[in-house]
Design a protein. Structure first.
Length: 255
């Protein structure tokens, strides 16, 4: 009985097996079809397997919803995928080949730049949440994972701006409700008007998260003046800067 793996001469036909296996692999990859909806075949029957692997990797990176970028040792952008272009709000040609400092002046003073510098030096992965200020004054929040790679640092970025803003809005509402509850309790316990007004200001600052709170009462004939009868927080003379109620005068004071 002959071993089914043996050829006519009783030797293993290794070359034939390798060729058959490679052809089967290419056939499977070809049948996978397009990736990312761009109509790009992952592999072609006539394409070497190694080239097909590179094609798959490049297509996958470009179609990720997460941002992927590679920063060189001189802080130059070596690679950015489509998601990074969208997150940065800059065309690709204004990123690739330029340093981070050229693309975003002042970024060297930020925590994310310090994390990238440390990753380049220590070759240790880092994770952080970064608040990014755009030139138009808007803000974005991103979860970043920094990984050392042979060419520098690879950064995976996930835009969490909407979730962050929703969380902050919920926190503000929670603080406001807690503040109102404490103010109601202060009203129930109040026995002295002046003490009550001061307690309200203190609660607005401590529970509401405001930097300053004050209450003024009208005094005198027109033009009226306001007397600050209670205050809390930091004002640095702001409250006393303009407490006259004169309709003909408009200033930048607390009124």
């Amino acid at each position: 009985m002959h071993d089914p793996l043996l050829g006519p001469q009783g030797c293993l036909d290794l070359e034939h097996k390798r060729a058959a296996r490679a052809e089967a692999t290419r056939t499977v990859l070809t049948r996978i079809g397009p990736l990312g909806g761009h109509g790009m075949n992952i592999a072609r029957a006539s394409e070497p397997t190694e080239l097909a692997t590179h094609r798959i990797a490049a297509s996958a990176l470009e179609n990720l919803r997460e941002g992927v970028q590679v920063i060189g040792p001189d802080y130059r952008y070596l690679y950015v995928n489509d998601a990074v272009v969208e997150q940065a709000r800059l065309p690709r040609d204004l990123l690739l080949g330029r340093t981070m400092m050229e693309a975003f002046p002042g970024i060297e003073q930020t925590p994310v730049f310090r994390a990238i510098r440390q990753c380049l030096q220590d070759r240790i992965p880092h994770e952080l949440q970064n608040e990014f200020a755009y030139p138009d004054g808007s803000t974005g929040f991103f979860e970043l994972r920094l990984e050392p790679v042979p060419d520098g640092v690879a950064i995976l970025s996930v835009d969490v701006t909407e979730g962050k803003k929703a969380s902050e809005a919920l926190q503000r509402k929670s603080r406001a409700l807690a503040m109102l509850s404490e103010c109601n309790q202060a009203l129930v316990r109040a026995t002295d008007k002046s003490r009550f007004l001061q307690d309200i200001c203190d609660l607005i600052v401590s529970h509401g998260g405001y930097r300053m709170a004050w209450i003024g009462l009208l005094r005198g004939a027109e033009p009226h003046t306001l007397e600050a009868v209670a205050r809390a927080g930091y004002d640095d003379g702001y409250i006393d800067a303009g407490l006259k109620l004169d309709p003909a005068v408009r200033d930048t004071g607390p009124l």
